[in-house]
Design a protein around this ligand. Structure first.
Ligand SMILES: Nc1ncnc2c1ncn2[C@@H]1O[C@H](COP(=O)(O)OP(=O)(O)OP(=O)(O)O)[C@@H](O)[C@H]1O
Ligand SMILES: [Mg+2]
Length: 355
């Protein structure tokens, strides 16, 4: 059974309405939003509301697999198609036939596979690896990403034609900090759910002052992070401790204290911690409080490398700009990049002078 889409904010109500409208059209849907906002929940709700709900909902994470494995998972293969292909295996396009194929993290699909995907979406036909046969497929494609695909197109890492194929219906889920009014109903829902899952542990619900603090926290990990706090509360029964342990919405990068910039403190209002141990470095990029199964599913070296390098780039750019009084040409010279690239990166990483 799929998780219900909880929320009372305008944006969630609009998304619910859109789900009802789109569910039986089978138009390709692209769901976007930060990590943990509920992209998979929306995909499952689309499927549950559609007439395809008696068939399969097949998910594939395009970021979790190397290119060749992703290709064979999607399209299947014939016996002997490659070393190790001891017997024929159906791909996700086949198992999802008449149902839904959920292409998660589509923004991380390698370019070569994007061309093949475009062909399948256009023709409705695919060939398993090692086969000359074209098979018909009738799948409803729902894709999700936390990348800005328009930017990926500009950077030539995502095909524009594939984007238009997938983006027939766009569902953009705002971060939780932009729909704080959903927080009380999410707390209510997960409290009820976990009370039955943890019958021997029953932490108290938040009182009005704690609720206010929870509503004002920026939730960088969105609903997933809120969910984990509620689980913790069931066991610890101390909102004070949970609030205290909430990671601050800061950019933590391993910079030596003498290089700590006032830009960071101005932007985030908190001191920058210098993570020294392995766990605290990794915990900036993945949620270590989830189960190992989920954790292993979430860990992708490629994704973490990108997140880490983006964070470091952003901080270095902000650091240099601040040192030169936000003189962009000087900063570009120091950083040894073109002025245009600097402007592009400032826009991408949302780096702007303090107001
Ligand atoms: N509106 C919601 N109502 C109920 N539960 C929600 C909602 N949004 C998210 N969740 C819960 O939060 C967790 C994260 O949601 P989900 O996996 O759908 O996020 P996501 O956007 O796909 O994240 P990621 O980009 O990291 O894959 C899940 O356990 C999900 O059940
Ligand atoms: Mg997801």
């Amino acid at each position: 059974m799929s998780t219900p889409l909880i929320g009372v904010s305008k944006s969630i109500l609009k998304i619910k309405e859109l789900i009802n409208h789109v569910a039986n059209t089978c138009l390709n849907v692209l769901i976007t939003g930060e990590t943990g906002v509920g992209k998979e929940v929306v995909a499952q709700n689309l499927y549950a509301e559609s007439a395809r709900n008696t068939q399969n909902f097949v998910k594939i994470n395009c970021a979790a697999l190397p290119e060749t494995l992703l290709e064979s998972e999607l399209y299947g293969y014939e016996k002997g198609a490659f070393t190790g292909a001891h017997k024929k295996r159906p791909g996700k396009f086949q198992t999802a036939d008449k149902g839904v194929l959920f292409l998660d993290e589509i923004g991380d699909m390698p370019m070569a596979l994007q061309s093949k995907m475009l062909h399948v979406l256009q023709s409705g036909e695919f060939s398993p690896l090692g086969s000359d046969h074209e098979f018909k497929t009738d799948v409803w494609v729902i894709a999700a990403t936390n990348h800005n695909l328009e930017k990926s197109i500009a950077q030539k890492t995502f095909r524009e034609d594939l984007f238009y194929r997938l983006n027939i219906i766009k569902i953009e889920i705002p971060p939780l900090r932009e729909r704080k009014e959903d927080i009380p109903s999410l707390i209510e829902y997960y409290f009820r759910l976990y009370s039955s899952e943890y019958p021997n542990n029953n932490g108290s619900k938040p009182g009005s002052d704690i609720l206010e603090k929870l509503c004002n926290y920026p939730w960088p990990g969105n609903v997933r992070q809120l969910q984990n706090c509620i689980k913790k509360q069931m066991i610890l029964n101390s909102w004070e401790k949970i609030l205290e342990e909430l990671p601050k919405d800061q950019i933590q990068i391993p910079v030596a204290p003498q290089f700590e910039t006032s830009y960071q403190s101005q932007q985030h209002g908190i001191n920058n911690a210098f993570p020294t141990d392995r766990t605290s470095i990794i915990s900036q990029f993945v949620d270590l409080s989830t189960s190992s199964d989920k954790l292993f599913e979430d860990i992708s070296l490629k994704k973490i490398k990108k997140l880490a390098s983006d964070r470091v780039e952003k901080e270095v750019i902000a650091f240099v700009l601040e040192k030169v009084g936000w003189n962009r040409s000087r900063a570009a010279k120091i950083l040894k990049i073109s002025y245009k690239t600097l402007l592009y990166k400032m826009d991408e990483f949302e780096v702007s002078p303090p107001r």
